[in-house]
Write a protein that binds this ligand. Structure first.
Ligand code: ATP
Length: 251
């Protein structure tokens, strides 16, 4: 039987011995889409970093594609928040996407036709094949996010992690990213994305994990994105509106 993409059992994650999120119990299979939902500073990025082996597992058991997180790094892909990158870095769109192939390349072997093809295919999938020669920093925020998605998928990861992939992204890019994410999961890639947009989570996720210092709920959107769990997670910033839907007001 194939190992779960992700299995966290009563996990606490954090930095330098101090927990940021506790009590995480998650299981994600190939092809499933998990949304991490919670307010600013809730620990969503930290949870993603823990899956990448970049934040500490302080308690419990974390298994990523059958391995401890740090040993699974070659099998996972990561799309960081775009605002963490220096847009002035003088590289072309194609060069950014080629970085996704370095893991397979290693430093000792030259770029091969298969690498070039993987790069062109990834750019094509995100609808930016015609921008390959453009300088990365001249693209819009949404286009940059699509390039970073192309970089991650050029490496053909089995588990793809995306940190707030729709922040500062225009509607056209959001639609393109959502389409690619659905295609990837249909082909068996497991996805973990953080968001504070409940509509995105409801629309895209099979499973939602509500976090704020600890895991407050996990389950399908119909069970987790409801008044009780959202109020427990967000406190008074979760407000019930007339039609039974919740809106979140960040303090
Ligand atoms: N490298 C680090 N070392 C120590 N503490 C950190 C580190 N990175 C983040 N933190 C702390 O962990 C907590 C959670 O931050 P995190 O970025 O995981 O939250 P988040 O839910 O992703 O928030 P946002 O929606 O604002 O991105 C914060 O209090 C933050 O200060």
């Amino acid at each position: 039987m194939e190992a779960a993409a992700l299995r966290y059992t009563n996990v606490s994650v954090g930095y330098q011995g101090t927990p940021v999120v506790t009590g995480v119990d998650l299981e994600l299979s190939a092809g499933q889409r998990l949304a991490l939902v919670g307010p600013n500073g809730a620990g969503k990025s930290t949870l993603i970093k823990s899956i990448l082996g970049l934040a500490q597992i302080l308690a419990g058991t974390a298994v990523v594609l059958g391995n401890p997180p740090a040993r699974a790094r070659g099998l996972t892909g990561y799309v960081p928040q775009t605002d963490t990158l220096d847009a002035d870095f003088p590289v072309s769109v194609r060069q950014v996407v080629m970085m996704g192939r370095y893991r397979q390349l290693g430093w000792w072997r030259p770029v091969r036709a298969a690498d070039r093809q993987a790069v062109e295919r990834a750019l094509d999938r995100v609808g930016l094949a015609d921008r390959a020669r453009h300088r990365f920093g001249t693209l819009s925020g949404g286009q940059r996010q699509r390039v970073l998605l192309a970089r991650a998928i050029a490496a053909q990861p089995r588990l793809l992690l995306l940190d707030e992939p729709f922040n500062g992204v225009d509607a056209v890019s959001q639609e393109a990213i959502v389409r690619v994410l659905r295609e990837l999961s249909a082909a068996g890639t497991a996805l973990v994305l953080s968001t504070h947009d409940l509509a995105v989570a409801r629309d895209l996720a099979d499973l939602v994990c509500l976090v704020n210092g600890r895991q407050w709920a996990v389950g399908p959107p119909a069970e987790t994105l409801t008044a009780g769990p959202l109020r427990r997670t967000y406190g008074s910033s979760a407000i019930d509106v007339a039609d039974g839907r919740m809106v979140l007001v960040e303090p």
